[in-house]
Design a protein around this ligand. Sequence first.
Ligand code: HEM
Length: 288
Amino acid sequence: MERPQPDTMSQDLSEALKEATKEVHTQAENSEFMKNFQKGQVTEEGFKLMMASLYHVYKALEEEIERNKKSLVYVPLYFAEELHRRAALEQDMAFWYGPHWQEAIPYTQATKRYVRRLREVGRKEPELLVAHTYTRYLGDLSGGQVLKKIAQKALDLPSSGKGLAFFTFPKITSVTKFKQLYRSRMNTLEMTPEVRQRVIEEAKTSFLLNIQLFEELQKLLTGKAEDQSPSQAQGLRRRAGSWAQGLTPTETPRGKPQPSVLSQASLIRWVLMLSFLVATVAVGLYAM
Ligand code: HEM
């Protein structure tokens, strides 16, 4: 792990997070799915997929927040009334997938990976939760508001906001003021330099998990599951935290390891040797 830099240490956490995630933020904005979205090129299919993923993500995130809401590492950031999205996403799920949405919604591999990390953080490293709430909630209050307007127009949705409850924060009167409050609360969290560094790394990981989610959605939509550039994904992994680096590019949908080429080659070698032996013995017996 990189050693914390002195200038980073004297900075407020909110500033340090903003600076450290600048590059991954640009990458998120420039992911194909997000680029198309910004151009108004969002289909109902794509939007539904994204919303279902967000439902799973926020369900996990907010369950982990509830688990840790009394902990000193999280208590100043507990804004369930103002921020929590699960109830809104449940409304959206019913709108998009109908009354039996619980059985109907997809749960993609990248979404499961994101959820696994949220569970791990909530249970084993709750001091890192702030990294995930920062990435999602401040993002929803920023670029999320732009996406809402684009979706409303592109999908020809009613002005009542139906189907877009996720993007609406009825308990927040001024988004700008609320974001300021949230940043100042983040800055009150007491943490050692070591924890602070891990929080910063986790925020980058959190962005990476979002980017991977968008990349997967894009692949599902365009049906080119095979030809995604692994070099790009690896580059992103390298830049993100150690947890994301542990994800191997060969990870299969069910998480099972692929049979390696090496073991297949040695199997063939054994079969050939055995056939040769059997043939030699047979010829010997025949000659007798
Ligand atoms: C089309 C995609 C996106 C656009 C256009 C966009 C746009 C913006 C803008 C304009 C801000 C600055 C707002 C301000 O300073 O008050 C911002 C902040 C932010 N965005 Fe995005 N964003 C996008 C995607 C994302 C994604 C995918 C994430 C993470 C999942 C994200 C997370 C954040 C966060 C955490 C901030 C707050 C930065 C800070 O002040 O510390 N954004 N975004």
